[in-house]
Design a protein. Sequence first.
Length: 280
Amino acid sequence: MDILFRNSRRKLSQGLIFWREVGEKTPIIFLHGAWNESSQWLSVMESLAQDFHCFAPDLLGFGESENPNIHHSIDLQVECLAEFVQAVKLEKVYLVGHSLGGWIAASYALKYPEKVDGVVLLAPEGVEIAGQEEYCRKMRRLLNYPPLIVKLLRSLTPLTKVLGWHDKIAQDLQMRQALLPYPIGCQLLFKRQQAEIEAELVQKRLYMIDVPIFILQGGQDTPDALAKSRVYAQLMPKVELKTIAHAGNDLPESCAGVVAIEIREFIESILKSHNFNELN
């Protein structure tokens, strides 16, 4: 079966938003991670398109969406999502969010509970774990290295090998190179004032999310990602956490088929419950 994706753009008050869309019937909005854009969901959406109306926007400042010269925040992304939902005339939706998208999805469910039927979180950001503030400081330093320092570190490879520092320095510089193409992701997760980031974390409010939540976590992901998923699972009333043992941190791409099956089963169970309650 050929799946025809539709690409659209809409000017919202926060900026121009680009999204990919396919299918019909029950609406699902897919929110990408900090180091990606909406294309990361294409395989998952393709698997679900026959039975669900799938939307995948590029978050404000990512991909083909506009990057306005404003102060970016999680709340700004939530308001942009709310205006997007209104613009495409959706009454209630299911949200699926990966990483940063999971943080935005949880924040949206807290602010607009009447608009959400259920949420799927994949390795979500947005909660505090041990050592997080120190990690953010390290990432800020790494991302703020002047080009001259980066060039100097690379030129000192023979010396750093002798001192036993080479592998660590090479790993840090490789990570820096991978993150720099996503300046808004860097800003939202690391480069804002620590107090502002902490004010938008959701762990103190998760008990208020009353819709069903399903968390998918790769078993081979980082210890920090595993810890964050556990925090979410411990603090929400209607939640299930499932670990895909062999998977890493790129679930939407590396395990698209499994992810699509899990999303389908989660939503169908909610729809069956709604139908049962209506009949009784």
